[in-house]
Design a protein. Structure first.
Lengths: 296, 262
């Protein structure tokens, strides 16, 4: 077989230099801001917004347009909140709700993941329950509470039932859209390398769908937290213990506006806290590894 | 210069790719579209063959047939060198894996052990002049570097077979999406790597200059349906590539013009 002219040494050294030059010029550069500036840019704006909000609140309260039982002073709410911290009841209340939400969320993940895979990969299943699953997301989970109370009574089962129905559709839908958005070239790459169905799913399809799946889980957490609060506010009973929802209901029953606002504040705090501490870092890590993260 | 349609050189050993009377029809009845008809093509082990044709000549269909992604409706496709490796126009790297792990992927699928595949990936990255960049993610690399990682991955795929001597590389317009300088550089690199590995290459392009620069043999395909119009042997002594490039361009224009009249 005739071989084309062999490239001489100097020529190949030249090529190497050109290649190195091209690489140096074309490589995308990633500039990272210094830590202090990043922290300031992240925390300062919300802090200022919070201070402004409380100032306006204080001003409106001081003007005494609304009666005290409708609009308490920021300080009164703080004292109510500090009181629960001092007597230690806050930890019990948060724990009751948080462990239910986490347990409900984890169960939802276990159920929703195979469900989402089935809907995404089996056309018949998608045609049958795909629209239903998408529609379930727009059904407020409060709507399930009366039915659940009749079926299961005022028990933990009622609460978990509502949480699961709230979270499962979000997580499953997230996985489905994650899989739908995988560029078709990636499964083809697996195919030409001889990946079987299982290898292809494990090494290519699932990792490729991960960003959508995590977004679904994040939404699923928000939904399970919301559903849990709805269930706890409506289904109150001594044997269910006092979670954040029941604490809020208590405040309302006792006509204690500081209690109500403190409860709302706590519900918000826990929900946002879990998102910021668990989901945000996870999502950012996954997106940054793929060069998809936009924020610093 | 020689221009032969029937080429039976080297029939004493088996060809890397052998297509005989291959046809491919998509669809059925009145809506059927003939993509390829009566295609005869042999690629010898270690040979660099360029398929040249305008849009609609069924280049990609042909590669899919050779890659085993699709079945012909007529004729026979024989591939000798185990599983051929495919390189696409886009690098198609997995964005969550770094360059090294992308190269390791075909070896992982073939069941090669961790240490062995890491060593092999490092070797191949060195070959494409990306040694030391194994821990970089695709988004941290330039377009040309990504395509070289894809080339290293394809080479890993060809060599993961058992007795694949040199292997077979199918390339579907791999440099079409790159800028001119990078393309020129990568064409040179591909030549160097092809000589270093001894792989047979079936390279698809619509660029005559690229075809003439890279190929030992250039095969011109007609369009709709695609079939072999003519072959040029560039490996023969005394080939003036410049002159040939003009001749092939002329012939390609003729082929394209016939579609206007039809």
């Amino acid at each position: 077989m005739p071989v084309p002219e062999v490239v001489s040494d100097t020529q190949s050294a030249d090529t190497a230099a050109v290649g190195a030059g091209l690489d140096a010029l074309d490589t995308p550069t990633e500039a990272r801001k210094p830590v202090l500036r990043r922290v300031l840019a992240t925390w300062l704006p919300p802090l200022i917004a919070l201070v402004l909000f409380i100032s306006v609140w204080q001003a409106v309260w001081a003007s005494a347009i609304y009666p005290e039982y409708q609009l308490p002073a920021p300080l009164a709410v703080w004292q109510e909140f500090a009181g629960t911290v001092v007597d230690g009841s806050i930890w019990g209340i948060v724990w009751v709700s948080l462990h239910r939400a986490v347990l409900g969320f984890l169960t939802s993940v276990v159920v929703a993941t195979p469900l989402g895979l089935l809907v995404a990969k089996v056309p018949v299943v998608r045609a049958a329950i795909g629209p239903l699953l998408a529609g379930m997301q727009s059904l407020p989970s409060v709507a399930w509470v009366p039915a659940a109370v009749l079926w299961f009574g005022l028990t933990d089962t009622t609460i978990y039932f509502v949480v699961l129905l709230g979270a499962i559709p979000s997580i499953a839908n997230g996985l489905v859209s994650g899989i739908d958005q995988v560029p078709p070239i990636l499964p083809r790459v697996g195919q030409v390398m001889g990946a079987g169905r299982i290898d292809s799913a494990r090494l290519i399809l699932l990792p490729a769908a991960l960003p959508g799946y995590i977004a679904g889980c994040k939404q699923g957490w928000a939904f399970s937290w919301r559903s849990l609060m709805a269930a706890e506010i409506i289904a109150t009973s001594p044997q269910l213990g006092i979670g954040l929802g029941a604490y809020l209901k208590q405040g309302s029953d006792f006509n204690s506006m500081p209690g109500v606002i403190a409860a709302i504040f706590l519900i918000l705090l826990v929900g946002v806290g879990v998102e910021l501490l668990a989901f945000r870092p996870l999502e950012r890590r996954v997106l940054r590894a793929r060069g998809l993260a936009t924020a610093p | 210069m020689t221009a032969t349609l029937d080429r039976h050189v080297g029939t004493q050993h088996r060809a890397a790719v052998d297509l005989q009377g291959v046809g491919k029809v998509f669809g059925r009845g009145t809506s059927a579209v003939t993509a390829l008809t009566e295609v005869d093509l042999r690629v010898q082990p270690g040979e660099f063959v360029v398929l040249l044709g305008a849009s609609g000549c069924g280049k990609t269909t042909l590669l899919n047939l050779v890659a085993g992604l699709d079945q012909p409706t007529a004729g026979a496709v024989t591939v000798d060198s185990g599983r051929p490796a495919v390189m696409f126009q886009e690098p198609a790297l997995l964005p969550w894996l770094d360059a090294g792990r992308n190269v390791e992927l075909p070896l992982r699928l073939a069941g090669v052990g961790r240490a062995a595949r890491r060593a092999r990936a490092a070797e191949l990255l060195d070959l494409v002049r990306l040694g030391g960049l194994a821990r970089k993610r695709p988004h941290e690399l330039s377009g040309g570097m990504r395509q070289r990682v894809a080339l290293a991955r394809a080479l890993a795929a060809t060599s993961s077979g058992t007795d694949a001597e040199g292997g077979l590389l199918l390339m579907d317009e791999p440099f079409a999406a790159l800028d001119a300088i990078t393309r020129d550089f990568l064409q040179g690199e591909l030549q160097r790597i092809w000589q270093a590995t001894g792989a047979a290459v079936l390279f698809v392009t619509h660029d005559v200059r690229e075809a003439v620069r890279l190929g030992q043999r250039v095969v011109l395909l007609s369009s709709r349906p695609g079939t072999v119009v003519r072959e040029w042997d560039l490996a023969a002594a005394g080939t003036d590539r410049e002159e040939l490039s003009e001749e092939i361009t002329g012939r390609l224009r003729e082929v394209i013009s016939t579609h206007a009249r039809a």
